[in-house]
Design a protein around this ligand. Structure first.
Ligand code: ATP
Ligand code: MG
Length: 581
């Protein structure tokens, strides 16, 4: 294959596009791989499509190798299966919905668990048909609240989604392990640096799930990794080690104190120490119990429900963690204090919440028997020795508090957590029977009794991967594609016109005939300098410059990845390209 730059649909940009905030977005636009066509929607230009197809092929090959079978579901779907599964409302505004000419509601597929379950129900009747895993590579649609960073978060994007069906849990665990291993091979082959982290399952439902996060500072996901063991988890899924419970009766009775002008934790701690509340002068924010009022929104209901989250006062409530805990419901900070005088802003304590009928969930550190300095539910007053299990009984536990570097690792005794950023490129789930239950997928079992299969689902963001690879493989001059996904193998540059151009085209033809995919810069109206700059921007791994030394029978070989330059006799090509530069 030989592509000529003189006719290629390509226009490189000298300047950084104003709306591109991350390197991959800037470079993919500048080097002519993609063009923005809509909010969260990009056109793949020829170079971009070549990379996209190569990434797709790596993914397809590794899934086919573990026995997955490729199908393709429609992207335009009737609402009904998604209404049956509950996701029509759980996804809420995140799905694109539309109505056909007969008035029937439809959606553009955000992911296809429903369709996979229905297909298996439609075709398979006996335990002998199992296990089976289907996958597809298809454009997905999600009305993302904040499409950003080009391909990293689109409203239309290419995903590989696979669905496994097994007769029992052991089969599911095996299918999950098989996909997890295939994912490692895929991301290793693609030259990615990544971490596998424990995740929450979001709107999917199900239990065990892990994400593959490519490490880069522009990642939207934050995750923690233990410095002592191999534990890693998405911040949303980090669990807090639970301290042992104490004896609620071991504390003196709660006492209420005037604490004027202390609506913040800092002011309260100051005053508590100055006035030696409870006979102590060593109060810290961690001794206080902060109660944050949240409005919980559930799809399909108009009125939000009130929820109070109790966290140690040295921590903030992290709404992303709250959302992950409440999913598919979402939470916002309550701002209707004017209409609820019984909730005294800045002085809320948990003592009254049960009586008010407000759900109260606490941080795992708030164990029975712990005593707290907290609000007394009156303006300017706080209470000391408010004991969990005695003065209040929480309705449950919630991981709402923010996670910090240095927090204790939940998986090993002495380790502490560090925080990193990543881009989610893949996600594997053990779903269980959520969807086979929803559609009553039953097959005849070996003993004549019906069996309901268990599902796993496995996603890879293919278009996001293109940007992620660019994010990890570039320098200040442009892209540096790993060989496996580069749009072309060799970039032949005719430094001048006339004989150099003829020789470059001739060489391009020879390299293509030898099986290489070749880009020839045969433009006659641009200088050699511009061609070199463009070549570095475009980032094909190897370049051959046909320049002045052609007269002596030599060309220059440039390696975009290592930066090395060497000379080689023209006659030695293509063999000279096989040797490291
Ligand atoms: P995110 O948390 O980034 O929104 P998600 O958890 O909603 O992603 P999944 O439902 O797990 O995404 O989808 C499988 C894969 O599809 C993700 O791991 C990611 O690589 C990719 N993906 C998801 N949303 C987008 C998007 N808006 N643009 C591009 N790729 C996406
Ligand atoms: Mg995910």
């Amino acid at each position: 294959m030989m592509v000529r730059m003189s006719t290629l649909l390509l226009r490189t940009l000298r300047e950084d596009p104003a709306d591109a905030e991350v390197p991959s977005h800037r470079l993919l636009l500048r080097a002519g791989y993609i063009r923005r066509a809509a909010s969260g929607g990009y056109t793949w230009l020829p170079l971009g499509k070549l990379v996209l197809d190569r990434v797709t092929e790596v993914v397809r090959a590794e899934l086919t190798a573990i026995g997955d079978q490729e199908v393709c579901f429609p992207a335009l779907l009737p609402a009904e299966p998604y209404q049956t599964s509950g996701r029509w409302s759980a996804y809420g505004d995140d799905i694109f919905t539309l109505t056909d000419r007969r008035g029937a509601p439809h959606l553009l597929g955000p992911t296809h668990e429903e369709l996979a379950a229905l297909l298996v129900k439609d075709l398979f009747t006996s335990y002998r048909d199992f296990p089976v895993t289907l996958f597809q590579i298809q454009t997905k649609f999600r009305d993302e609240a904040r499409p950003r960073a080009g391909l990293l978060r689109g409203r239309e994007f290419l995903m590989k989604d696979a669905y496994s069906f097994d007769l029992d849990e052991a089969g599911l665990v095996e299918a999950y392990a098989r996909h997890r291993a295939a994912y490692r091979r895929i991301f290793d082959r693609l030259g990615l640096e990544y971490t596998v982290v424990t995740a929450t399952s979001g709107a999917m439902g199900g239990s065990v799930s892990e994400e593959f996060l490519a490490t880069t500072p522009v990642g939207e996901d934050t995750y923690v990794a233990c410095e002592a063991c191999d534990h890693a988890a998405n911040t949303e899924a980090v669990t807090t080690p639970v301290p042992p419970a104490g004896d609620p009766a071991a504390h003196p009775p709660a006492t209420v104190h005037d604490t004027p002008d202390t609506p913040t934790i800092a002011a309260l701690v100051d005053l508590a120490n100055t006035r030696r509340l409870g006979g102590r002068g060593d109060w810290t924010a961690a001794d206080t119990l902060k109660n944050v009022v949240l409005s919980v929104h559930r799809a399909g209901t108009d009125e939000p429900e009130l929820l109070v989250a109790g966290v140690p006062g040295d921590r903030e409530v992290d709404l992303r963690r709250v959302d992950a805990a409440l999913s598919p419901a979402t939470a916002t900070v309550f701002d209707g204090f004017a209409d609820r005088p019984e909730l005294v802003r800045g002085y809320i304590g948990p003592q009254l919440l049960a009586k008010l009928g407000i759900r109260y969930l606490v941080d795992p550190r708030v164990t029975p028997g712990t005593a707290w300095l907290t609000g007394a539910n009156e303006p300017g007053r706080h209470a000391v020795d408010v004991v969990c299990g005695r003065d209040f009984v929480p309705d449950g536990v919630i991981e709402a508090a923010d996670v910090r570097p240095g927090d204790a690792c939940p998986a090993c005794p002495a380790g502490t957590l560090t925080m990193r950023r990543g881009i989610e490129v893949g996600h594997v789930f053990q779903l269980g029977r959520r969807y086979t239950d929803a559609f009553a997928v039953d097959v005849l079992g070996p003993a004549g009794k019906p069996v309901r299969p268990v599902m796993g689902c496995y996603g890879i963001g293919i278009s996001r991967l293109v940007a992620t690879i660019a994010e990890q493989h570039h320098d200040e001059r442009g892209l540096r594609w790993p060989t496996v996904v580069a749009p072309l193998d060799v970039h032949v540059i005719a430094a001048g016109k006339g004989g150099q151009l003829d020789a470059a085209l001739d060489l391009g033809g020879r390299l293509a005939a030898a099986g290489l995919r070749v880009l020839v810069d045969d433009r006659t109206h641009v200088s050699a300098g511009v061609k070199f700059t463009d070549a570095e921007l475009i980032g094909v791994p190897r370049a051959v410059v046909v320049g002045r030394r052609l007269a002596d029978g030599y060309v220059e070989l440039r390696d975009r990845i290592t930066g090395t330059r060497t000379e080689a006799p023209l006659a030695d090509l293509p063999d000279a390209l096989a040797r490291p530069a």
